[in-house]
Ligand binder design. Structure first.
Ligand SMILES: Nc1ncnc2c1ncn2[C@@H]1O[C@H](COP(=O)(O)OP(=O)(O)O)[C@@H](O)[C@H]1O
Ligand SMILES: [Mg+2]
Length: 216
């Protein structure tokens, strides 16, 4: 199975959620491999730093530059495999990632309710429609502040609801990923209680959608 964290907007929490997700699955006994496709090597850097600090990452992280991104045949093989492959993409639309957007089993798309983020997220969704991507798209509210009243929330929620209504490939996770300082220091070796608390409700819903059997 191939799960890719993507959105053409940077800073929406793709990398943070990808790490938290990989950690959560790993501590629950699900083996996986992470592919960092961002030239900033956010996850890969954390991973090498964790190792050099004497810690033990929960999974392997492999950095892929433009030329090493799996081709269509490889992606289909990975998708058919029992193994789980998690990809983290940079916040840009680039022709090199089109196959990944197209052939991932699931795209997890974190978004925020700021004007800029919403516009980019809509553009990204429209792009996926234009390329007729086969992937299932899971939209997830990211860096969500419970105490804040987002002026754009209602209109964007109704856009997504309409999308989900007419397109079976679109799902929206009801529970948000909360804005928490503890998520800023997440590493590839553990998921602390507080980090887990910020993501667990959302992840449980994601796992129901992707039908990966996880108990806790
Ligand atoms: N839920 C969250 N709560 C608090 N800070 C967050 C959260 N998610 C991400 N961040 C912070 O926001 C910034 C951008 O997150 P990142 O995961 O790198 O986004 P992306 O990969 O989409 O560019 C980072 O500094 C990260 O620590
Ligand atoms: Mg990133």
């Amino acid at each position: 199975m191939v799960i890719t964290f993507a959105n053409q907007k940077g800073g929406t929490g793709k990398t943070t959620i990808a790490i938290a997700f990989a950690n959560y699955l790993s501590v629950n006994g699900i083996g996986l491999k992470v592919f960092d496709c961002d030239f900033q090597e956010s996850i890969h850097e954390k991973y090498t730093f964790d190792i050099s600090s004497g810690k033990t990452p929960l999974y392997d992280v492999i950095y892929l530059d433009h030329d090493s991104i799996p081709d269509v045949d490889n992606l289909i093989e990975m998708s058919d495999s029992e193994e789980l492959f998690v990809f983290d993409l940079p916040g840009s639309l680039d022709v090199n990632y089109v196959n990944l957007l197209h052939y991932s089993d699931y795209l997890i798309i974190p978004f925020e309710y700021s004007d800029v983020s919403m516009k980019s997220t809509i553009r990204f969704n429209e792009f996926l429609k234009v390329i007729s991507a086969e992937s299932q798209r899971i939209f997830i509210r990211s860096k969500f502040d419970k105490g804040f009243s987002y002026p754009n929330k209602e209109s964007f929620d109704s856009y997504l609801k309409e999308e989900a209504k007419y397109n079976r490939q679109v799902s929206i996770i009801e529970h948000p990923i909360y804005k928490r300082n503890v998520l800023q220091t997440i590493d590839t070796c553990s998921l602390t209680y507080r980090q887990k608390e910020a993501v667990i409700d959302a992840f449980k819903q994601v796992l129901e959608l992707i039908k990966t059997p996880i108990v806790s």
